[in-house]
Design a protein. Structure first.
Length: 156
């Protein structure tokens, strides 16, 4: 499943027949390469979030397994989480040549583990050639953005 597929899925409480919310965002822990939190929308006192380990993610919906995992996140934390996200960040190869920008993330819905990161090379290149799929383990943060490195090696 990708982040793109996850956004706008209805969220159901345990045993509920009607959705209580919809997924409006997803935050990933890039060091652990895991889905961390689902954003359920903005409320009066901040954003409502759901810890990923308390969610059963299906193709057609998200089911909350523990209501205590729904939390409110104030604006400053929401902005911090957004700033830590890799979506839209530039990607370069090991020789510092630009590859594109991170466009989407593919993850295993059962475990939350990030599998692949989709890199966009621009609208026209994506239309003609498609986006580039990169193994998530081959990405490392660098001063210029995100660097693609051989799996098991550190960036120089």
């Amino acid at each position: 499943m990708t982040r793109w597929h996850l956004i706008n899925l209805p969220v159901y409480g345990p045993g509920a027949r009607r959705p209580c919310a919809a997924v409006t965002g997803a935050w990933f822990d890039w060091e652990a390469l895991r889905l961390k939190t689902l954003v359920l929308g903005r409320g009066v006192r901040g954003w409502r979030t759901l810890r990923a380990e308390a969610a059963l993610i299906r193709d057609d919906a998200v089911v909350v397994t523990d209501l205590r995992a729904i939390e409110r996140v104030p604006r400053r934390l929401y902005r911090l989480y957004q700033a830590e996200d890799w979506e839209g960040r530039p990607v370069q190869d090991a020789d510092r040549r630009p590859v594109g920008r991170i466009r989407d993330v593919e993850f295993d819905p059962a475990s939350g583990r990030i599998l692949t990161v989709w890199v966009s090379r621009g609208v026209l290149a994506d239309i003609w050639q498609g986006m580039v799929a990169v193994d998530a383990r081959a990405l490392a943060p660098s001063t210029e953005g995100i660097t693609v490195v051989p799996v098991g090696h550190a960036p120089s």
